[in-house]
Design a protein around this ligand. Sequence first.
Ligand code: ATP
Length: 358
Amino acid sequence: MVEDKETSAPANWLLEVKDLACGYGDTTVVSDINFALGEGDIGCLLGPSGCGKSTILRAVAGFLPLQHGQIHLAGHPISVPGKAVPPEKRRIGMVFQDYALFPHLTVAENVAFGLRHMDREERQLKVTQLLELVHLQDLADQHPHALSGGQQQRVALARALAPEPTLILLDEPFSNLDADLRRRLSLDVRDILKTLGMSAILVTHDQQEAFAMCDQVAVLQDGHIQQWDVPYNLYHEPANRFVAGFVGQGGFVKGRTMGPDSIECELGVIRGNRAYPWPAGTLVDVLIRPDDIVFDAQSELRPKVIEKTFAGTSTLYRFRLSAETEFEALFRSHLDFRLGEQVPVRVEADHLIAFERT
Ligand SMILES: Nc1ncnc2c1ncn2[C@@H]1O[C@H](COP(=O)(O)OP(=O)(O)OP(=O)(O)O)[C@@H](O)[C@H]1O
């Protein structure tokens, strides 16, 4: 997915959403939404609850009329002023949080549901291929109630893929599953979509899921896209304070600019790989991520451990340096410190991220 505000955008986008605004009744929930999705790309709408992710998805699916803007799919207008292609004619497959399988049909019958126009043999072949793709060939004759949540969600995906849609929309598809299964299934689903070269949009509030599964991610707040980018850039080059706080761990430490690419704060002087336009002496907040802090026995900076969260291979420490400066650090777990211990550390950040203090 890439930002597409220009009218000169290439014509070969699979999905183009331009200046979209929509909502419910007279209320506008999302506005100024612009993006384009390339063929075979997996995009994501990421943001906190109520920011409008599902509303955008409903507009793309055709369940919600637009208040403003246009949507094109595979070069065809599907929502433009005066014309809206009905949802069933959009060639868009949907997968929901609650699976929405037919309980009285078997797994194979659920997958075959949208293939009634095919003859019997062709349909069976297609169902077999899809069940193999989602690794459920042995459960073809089971009913949904006999399946785990993860298996049911794979049936739902196979059923959505069966009519060979142009685009798949996934609305919080893993949120009913436990954390471990969620992680594994999101990678499985990515593999399946990539194997087929299928384009998709995932809606989630889970940043790890978005990063694991998607090529590009749009971060939303209050009905507006704050930034879209590849996961690496969202983490290391957040466009604003909201994105910096929402994506990844970390917190802000008060600082003062010394030059365009260096900031002085209680942790020392931090030099980065980008320049800021503010004059020297500007008061700023500097973002410190847990992986920006390293252990250094020679360092004179010795903050106190105030919290410690053991996570197997690593331990997340929360340090206090003074009444107003706290930060986190992620160390390999063999670096084991006690609560209250003063630990020599230094900042090793090549990505300097700061916002002017208001
Ligand atoms: N059918 C509806 N009628 C009126 N308002 C609605 C309707 N559905 C959603 N809203 C409102 O629109 C806003 C955005 O809702 P939406 O479901 O798009 O958010 P979301 O980001 O998908 O949230 P969540 O992660 O909680 O599902 C919310 O304020 C919500 O209350």
